[in-house]
Design a protein around this ligand. Sequence first.
Ligand code: PEP
Ligand code: MG
Length: 587
Amino acid sequence: MTFSVHGLAVSRGVAIGRAVLVASSRADVDHYFIDAEKINEEIARVRTSRNAMMEEIVRLQHDLPKDAPHEIAALLDVHLMLLQDEMLIGGVKHWITERHYNAEWALTTQYEIIARQFDEMEDPYLRERKADLEQVVERILRHMKGLASPLQHGAGRAGSRRKQPQQDLLLDDTLDVPLVLVAHDISPADMLQFKQSLFAGFATDVGGKTSHTAIVARSMDIPAVVGARSASQLIKQDDWVIIDGDAGVLIVDPSPIILAEYGFRQRQGELERQRLNRLRNTPALTLDGQRIELLANIEMPEDTLGAVEAGAVGVGLFRSEFLFMGRNGKLPDENEQYQAYLKAIEGMQGLPVTIRTVDIGSDKPLDRPSGKADGRLNPALGLRAIRWSLADPPMFLTQLRAILRAAAHGQINLLVPMLAHAGEIRQTLDLIDQARAQLDAHGAAYGPVRLGAMIEIPAAALTVPMFLKYFDFLSIGTNDLTQYTLAIDRSDESVAHLYNPCHPAVLRLIADTIAECNAQKKGVSVCGEMAGDVSMTRLLLGLGLRSFSMHPSQILAVKQQILRADTAKLKVWAQEVLQSEDPGELL
Ligand code: PEP
Ligand code: MG
């Protein structure tokens, strides 16, 4: 039966595919397709690990002292029984044989199916056996990790799947159906892992429009819906799902008529993309001849490829924290960072690259387990971004040295996130001087950088002249500026209806920041999601903005707005919008 689940639209377009349910804690398990001839080998990998686990338990049972608590013996019995359960191993075999999932993926998929059955059990004793199943699966996974697969992550048929033309989709059970990922939550780091993968769309129960998970989904330019509350409970493994990334709706088990309608919309979207592609080499000039700078936001150095393809004239925001996340706390050393920044410089082929110093904290934890619940009540107001960096000078100096060294090879702007206090500014500048002195002491080559600060806290937006005393340029982080002005957690779907970048107070702070920079002839750009939102382009132009930084996939659509705009006319209109109680209604 067809039903729909509503959430927040975060990445445009339509995806149609079978649901792959991934538990948040399992998002780090490899997901790739194997070649047909590897099926038996892959099944054998699971069997070998399963058998090893069974042998271990039998050995433990044998060695159990006579006076051991009987609960231990009972637990071992349960684990042995679960390991022998045909439903587990038979299901794993099914996913490997029928879908060509790699062993780990097949195992976690089958785990999700059985776990849900446990959840539905009346008997509390049986319900609790889910925890045992989880432990058993965890042990098999760990054992398999020791026996590394000869296959590479992302190898096999993954690429071909992603390019599957969905309009030709039939509701049959062929191998080549697209897949959509459904999860309660996906951390930004795990999302990044999926970046190279095979999913045609994403849906999560939690998250807001500008949560970092949503931002990474948007950067992948595939349809996504977040904040769909109980989607991962309502949708079952392998259900057919339409992800409508424009409306923020998931349609489960669609009827043929609905499917045909969405197939049509997919084709329309594709045509629109092809049309926009023709603007790639068109200069970003308004009707009245104003040149607008269109820059790219990137998470990893490889993203520069898409930036250049989209015609970006530089990187306006390299979120360097993605180099730091999901590494079990092991931070990248100076050389690893230097190589990554160098790669970004090379990728941009002589165009400038703005590297933002690390912005860890809040919804971008270093590692998965801490997540939002990092023990603090208000992580967004806590030790995040520059505060985190200043709390650990050796770590920060390492990053600064790497950036300065990379600057010897290209044009680099160094951008500092979340500053608010004069003391923080001075401390930061002092550390940059120290990093230079350390490089001098070692005779290491480094280059000049332009220094920029992000305006993302109202306190910063209200003290722009102070910032301009110290910095060459400013970049307005509208995602956080909205969050902190309105006291709305940007990643909390329960208050998403109040998260409004068009609130008059937010617009006032943006307008005044742009005006002050323009008056002092200092560079200013917007690098929050607002910059890539075509409904905001005219207003930002009217407020005097001439530099926009966004995901490469949004550049051409924004350019289209620019080509149709007359900034002289928009300037007058923008002042009217600023005076409105509900500016969003005038856009
Ligand atoms: C912002 O806050 O607008 C911004 C660009 O930074 P981030 O989204 O990474 O917090
Ligand atoms: Mg920010």
